[in-house]
Design a binder for this molecule. Structure first.
Ligand code: FAD
Length: 559
């Protein structure tokens, strides 16, 4: 059986024995950072047969990889910057990432309205979308279609009519960034990688030739320190790449990061009931933003502003919120969305590479590798979409350093939960599971939601729900527990926020419902993980801080 598809336990109950293994032996590769970049590198290396460990200072995908626009896309806007190679590379990767994880990378129809005075003319858009499809090698069924004004208005009745000249329909892919990261990590673990969250690198030790040999690590769950030795160390710490470089003897020299903040707003679907995703110009500055329907909400974003605040907790400000709402109200004038309509937000930091004299929106989104004299390899920039290709590049370099000839095997590697050769096979699986849903009093919508999160692994969640049938009479709570127990056993959920924010996305996409749920989930976790009363309280406090943070713009507005 392909090990990527088996379901190996991945739980904090194995933490002590994993840490013992770390201290016992030397690894070929240590990856710092459990975002999509680090996860992709760990998977690629483990699949080639290298002995790999990945350490993450908080939870997996806690950084930028849970705060993106959540699209696997070729980057239409990069055509404007003439970045043809980037569009080609990420465009080709889109199809590969979809094929290997059909459950969480789903085709998404996009409408590009062409407005009087907008940044793109109809001919220019038609050409750009054609080039975009061509560079990405898009299937004929998904190629762009140009619409006249009447058809564009029919495709999206909420669009502004005056000034609407035409529209372009084309395909991208929608995903969940944190879930994609989790599936990549689970696959890496199935190939033998050791991955630990809440393990922060706090220093390095060197051999007599001044090469990095060992990382000093702080266990954030108990405060203890331990050491990990590896022949090669890769710094995939996203916005913290320079913080890690500064821990190295060489410090930050040459190229450095330039952080840009991007904010997203979440609106109830009934207040912004779009028929499909729309990608449109902001009238005031000609930037482009997305409006993307998902489950019971529509989310909007993003901004792109210089950021110099604390890296750990960027927040949406009142100014960010009014910028996005003004753009949306301009494009969909019948809505008049207000600040009170925003039910959640998230803010992420793009780890871009600084270029003197360039504004933040002009900076390239390409990835770059920095090689330090100590041997530390740092990777920054890039996109969620290109994670597999970035990993291939880095692991090729690692293999060269190790003098090992091992080929990359991730191009046709199905990710955990994604064992479906075609979209029809995924539909068939869904229909069969809907049959079982009745027996656990779940709705078809529940199954759809879980399938999009966990793919074929929902069988383990359904099995949990059967086990819980006698113990928990409320079907909503039963399914919630079944999902939680799966995440604790198979996705290394260690804290309340891990489950409510990143594994299930509830804080962003279902925040109002959480008010009545988070104490219940905290109690269930306390029982399962043997938390003391203080530990339970601490988890609740941390979650409440995150809950308040997504609504912090309401306070900055009053200030
Ligand atoms: P991160 O996800 O930030 O991961 C780095 C990890 O390193 C963190 O989890 C952090 O905790 C950990 N770490 C830091 N220091 C230490 C330490 N000392 N010890 C251990 N661990 C440490 N790309 C797309 O393809 N599509 C999109 O739609 C898209 N939209 C975006 C929208 C926004 C607003 C932003 C900001 C980015 C977007 N991107 C998109 C880009 C994409 O999200 C990023 O390129 C990607 O998530 C970066 O992943 P990463 O793993 O490099 O960084």
């Amino acid at each position: 059986m392909n090990p990527s598809l088996s379901s190996k336990k991945f739980s904090i109950s194995e933490r002590d024995s994993d840490i013992a293994k770390l201290s016992d032996s030397e690894f070929e590769l240590l990856v710092i950072g459990g975002g999509i970049t680090g996860a992709g590198i760990a998977l690629d290396a483990a699949q080639r047969g290298l002995k790999v460990v990945l350490l993450e200072k908080k939870d997996y995908a806690w950084g930028t990889s849970s705060r993106s626009t959540k699209l696997i896309h070729g980057g239409l806007r990069y055509l404007k910057q003439m970045e043809f190679r980037l569009v080609h590379e990420v465009g080709t990767e889109r199809a590969i990432v979809h094929r290997n994880a059909r459950h969480i990378v789903v085709p998404e129809k996009m409408l590009l309205p062409i407005m009087e005075g907008g940044s793109l003319s109809k001919n220019m858009s038609s050409w750009a979308l054609w080039v975009y499809d061509w560079l990405a090698g898009v299937d004929s069924s998904e190629r762009r279609k140009m619409l006249n004004a009447a058809d564009a208005a029919k495709a999206e009745p909420l669009l502004r009519r005056d000034g609407l000249k035409a529209g372009g329909l084309y395909f991208e892919y929608r995903t969940d960034d944190a879930r994609l990261t989790a599936e990549v990590l689970k696959t890496a673990v199935n190939f033998g990688a050791i991955c630990l969250n809440y393990a922060e690198i706090i220093g390095f030790e060197y051999n007599s030739e001044n090469s990095i040999k060992t990382a000093v690590v702080k266990d954030k769950l108990n405060g203890k320190e331990f050491k990990v030795s590896a022949k090669v160390i890769v710094n995939a710490a996203g916005p913290w790449v320079d913080t890690l470089r500064a821990l190295d003897k060489e410090g930050v020299s040459g190229k450095r990061l330039h952080l840009s903040k991007g904010v997203h707003l979440v609106i109830p679907r009934e207040k912004l009931p779009l028929k499909q995703s729309v990608y449109f110009d902001v009238k005031t500055d000609k930037r482009m933003i997305f409006a993307i329907p998902r489950e019971n909400v529509t989310y909007l974003g993003t901004t792109d502003t210089n950021y110099s605040g604390g890296i750990d907790n960027p927040e949406a400000t009142a100014e960010d919120v009014s910028y996005i709402l003004a753009a949306v109200n301009e494009m969909f004038p019948r809505l008049s969305l207000k600040t009170e309509d925003v039910i959640s937000t998230w803010s992420g930091l793009r780890p871009l590479i600084h270029q003197d004299g360039k504004s933040v929106s002009e900076l390239s989104r390409k990835d770059e590798i920095f090689m330090a004299k100590s041997g530390l390899i740092s990777i920054a920039g890039g996109k969620l979409t290109g994670y597999r290709k970035m990993a291939e590049k880095v692991v090729n370099l690692v293999c060269k350093k190790l003098d090992r000839k091992l080929d990359c095997g991730t191009k046709n590697l199905k990710l955990s939960g994604g064992d479906f050769e075609t979209n029809e096979a995924l539909d068939k699986f869904y229909n069969l599971r809907c049959g079982q849903a009745k027996q656990i009093s779940a709705s078809q919508q529940d199954i759809k939601l879980l399938l999009n999160r966990y793919g074929a692994n929902i069988d383990l969640i359904i099995a949990n729900a059967f086990d819980l049938y006698q113990r928990e009479a409320d079907p909503i709570k039963r399914l919630l527990l079944a999902e939680l127990y799966y995440c604790i056993e198979y996705e290394q959920v260690a804290r309340l926020c891990d489950f409510l924010i990143r594994r299930s996305g509830r804080l962003y996409f279902d925040r109002p419902a959480l008010e009545g749920q988070y104490h219940f989930v905290a109690d269930a976790m306390a029982k399962k993980l043997n938390w003391t009363a203080d530990e339970t309280k601490e988890n609740i406090n941390e979650f409440e801080a995150a809950y308040n943070s997504v609504l912090a713009f309401r306070n900055s507005e009053k200030a």
